[in-house]
Design a protein around this ligand. Structure first.
Ligand code: URA
Length: 424
């Protein structure tokens, strides 16, 4: 049956339920260009305000999956487990996590994207490694997964094309933050990807889409339910994103920090989250190993080097360094009580680590190195962070983004726990 776009929009606008066939028709007609962008924009706004119930959400997600191809890793000699982060500042966890979980015995396909806005993209980070190539054919990706157990590469255009179109529309119509639209967007791609298990890292705080634990909990619960109902065993961790993860924010600086973790060092929070996510993935894959032992053994570093080399990169080459550096100093003595993730993320983006339009290039060396984190004692005049860029005219805008982002108080503060909850 053919539905009418205006009636479909007004039904949702007025708080009604959409029928399964109506949803399938809407997604299919939008993908084919028969429902216009302005109509789908109105629909996205109606969903933003009225929501989708669980049955509507399941049908919406399934329709997005059916708009494109489905992969399967069932023929691999290892169990494929996937991870997705809803995005945060300094979130480089995929880089140490994929080789670590591969070294534990699972297969980890990380079909990733480039960054847009203040959260960085995994491919932008990896591309700062000299020679490394993001694009692999389907056969190359599978061959690498079978032989090495880990691949980080560009997601092909074939997975959930309806989401690609709808996400671009949401980005320019103020409808990104709708929980059902985020849940269906992420889970349609993850279910279509065809792994056996999925660990979701749902970020909470100023640097994340979800600013409150309540909203993050709702998003995580709905995504886990969608995954499990579709046969993708799913677990979510809710993790803090009120302050950046680790001490490096940018591209090459985040690769360097990831390599430190693989070498047995690195900031405590990055190590903690890498191991927490790895334990969940290993459990989903049915493996009886402790990722902390594997990390200590050096096998994760071996897997990283093999993974980088397989895609043309030189894991031992020096990473690019920005041409200009500028220190941000502590204005008072005391304790760092706040270092706002959003402020630091926007500053790093303005330094050239991120892009404003998808056609823009990023600077490999741009970003921020932090010298202090919330809870640390600081002395007036000491450097709190260093800003890096190839284009020094950007320093002023970056500093403006940091205004109000750094708080120093007289008394120490408790560090916020990193893992705030688990759903699954
Ligand atoms: N990431 C996605 O893939 N989709 C969203 O809607 C938000 C974040």
């Amino acid at each position: 049956m053919a539905y009418n776009a205006v009636e479909t929009i007004t039904r949702k606008r007025d708080g009604g339920r959409l029928d399964d066939d109506q949803i399938r028709w809407l997604i299919d007609a939008y993908t084919k260009g028969e429902v216009a962008d302005e109509q789908m924009s109105a629909m996205a706004m109606a969903v933003f305000f009225q929501g989708l119930d669980d049955a509507e959400l399941a049908t919406w997600t399934q329709a997005m999956i059916e708009s494109g191809e489905r992969l399967s890793f069932a023929d691999l000699p290892r169990v494929a487990v996937d991870k997705h982060s809803t995005g945060g500042v300094g979130d480089k966890i995929t880089l140490p996590l994929a080789p670590l979980v591969a070294a534990c015995g699972a297969a980890v396909p990380q079909l990733s994207g480039r960054g847009l806005g203040h959260t960085g993209g995994t491919l932008d980070k990896m591309e700062s490694i000299p020679g490394w190539q993001a694009s692999l054919s389907d056969e190359q990706m599978r061959a690498q997964l079978a032989s090495l157990g880990a691949v980080i590469c560009a997601a092909g255009a074939g997975l959930a094309p309806a989401d690609k179109k709808l996400y671009a529309l949401r980005d320019v119509t103020g409808t990104v933050e709708a929980i059902p639209l985020i849940a269906s967007s992420i889970m349609s791609k993850k279910i279509a990807e065809g792994a056996a298990g999925l660990v979701l890292d749902v970020k909470v705080g100023s640097g994340a889409f979800m600013k409150t634990p309540e909203r993050a909990h709702e998003l995580a619960t709905r995504m886990v339910a969608l995954g499990n109902a579709a046969g993708l065993r799913s677990v979510a961790l809710l993790t803090d994103m009120s302050t950046p993860l680790g001490l490096a924010v940018g591209n090459a600086v985040e690769v360097a920090e990831s390599v430190e973790v693989l070498a047995g060092g690195g900031p405590a929070d990055v190590v903690e989250l890498t191991l927490a996510l790895a334990r969940e993935m290993v459990a989903l894959a049915g493996l009886d190993v402790d990722p902390a032992d594997v990390l200590k053994s050096g096998k994760a570093m071996d897997a990283w080097k093999a993974m980088v080399r397989a895609q043309g990169g030189d894991p031992d080459a020096a990473l690019p360094v920005a041409k200009h550096h500028d220190e941000v100093l502590a204005e008072h003595s005391g304790y760092l009580t706040g270092l706002d993730a959003l402020g630091v993320g926007v500053a790093s983006w303005r330094l050239g680590a991120g892009r404003a339009r998808k056609e823009d290039a990023v600077q490999a060396g741009a970003g921020i190195t932090l010298y202090a984190k919330p809870g640390d004692k600081v002395v007036a005049g000491q450097p709190l962070m260093v800003l890096h860029t190839d284009t020094p005219e950007r320093f002023e805008d970056a500093r403006a983004a940091l205004e109000g982002a750094i708080q120093i108080g007289a008394a120490p503060v408790e560090r916020t726990p990193l893992v705030l909850g688990r759903i699954g």
